[in-house]
Design a protein around this ligand. Sequence first.
Ligand code: ATP
Length: 372
Amino acid sequence: MNLRLINLSKIFYSIRGKIKAVNNVNLEIQAGEFFVILGPSGCGKSTLLNLIAGLEKPTSGEIYFGENLIASKEKNVFIPPKDRNIAMVFQNYALYPHLSVFENIAFPLKIQKMDKDKIKKEVEKVAEMLNIKDLLTARPAELSGGQKQRVAIARALVRKPSVFLLDEPLSNLDAQLRISARAEIKSLQKELGITTIYVTHDQVEAMSLGKRIAVMRDGKIEQVGTPEELYKNPKNIFIAQFIGRIPMNLFVVDVVEDKSSAYGLIKDLKIKIPDEKRHLIKDKKIVIGIRPEDLFINPEKADYVFLGETKLVESWGREKLIYVKFGEYNFKILSKDEIFEKKIKIGFNQKNLYFFENIESRNQICMGLTIS
Ligand code: ATP
């Protein structure tokens, strides 16, 4: 089933004043899609998910499940959560401590007044799928974090929901378990083909799970795209810094123009600003971005080369994260090469450069993100 959110907003009124937790969001999620909502803490991800689940009522706008309108303040429509055929898994799993794993998973079917034999069959089937058949008699307190998380997923899926909602379900797991749980969720979703919306603040998780990702900031959707689209064509500085293993190097630079071309100056490097990016120049300034993985050490050939001073090297196994200074500019470089000298030759190519408008960088500086 596909989902449509139209001009959807949720405003909270609190002691802090008026908070636009979800601000005029428009989204279409395809049937069977694995869709991820990604954004920093407090950007409105959970509120958006709660609106879809029916745990919150919209202040304005509409939500459609397929052709059915399920929430609209203007049209006075609100279908309660129990009638939306959704299942939700939260960060804290919310298992009933006094019930066994079997009883926890069976709970939603019991409420539906399903026949006892059928319940047993359905619970065993889903337990088999999630590899927790041996745990059916245990109580939640006896389980590890990873096992609890599987039970919560089993309980959500046993009802065969049309929409599966997950709110940071892996946050309580250790790093290794997160990776295996992530892979399990992905293959389970593929197998079942349920429309799935997954909320996270972890961009690695988002990139590895989502067929498409919506990046949120301050209640708004900043960009929607496949992981590759977001990585290759970030719409603004916020996305550029948020997507990618290590934030992009960004520099607010002065621009010089001659008759035919414009250049951004990184110290004495004269970086060509492509004609189609010249509209981004504001007050003779532009922001130039380059990803740490697109900088090369001792390049044989590169469009731009400079001599940087190594400040710090972090070993990441096969790769190193190298902090380099070039005048007042600080670069992060991700490289497999060994560094022996304090002064190193660094190169990069025109095709790997990003250009953004300076006005956004000021917003980013206000948000405390680092820009050299
Ligand atoms: P996190 O990743 O930390 O869970 P989030 O992106 O899920 O954050 P939300 O929980 O949706 O963010 O909150 C969005 C904004 O709305 C925040 O400023 C939050 O303080 C505010 N908010 C959420 N629920 C309420 C509420 N019931 N009353 C008042 N403000 C709220």
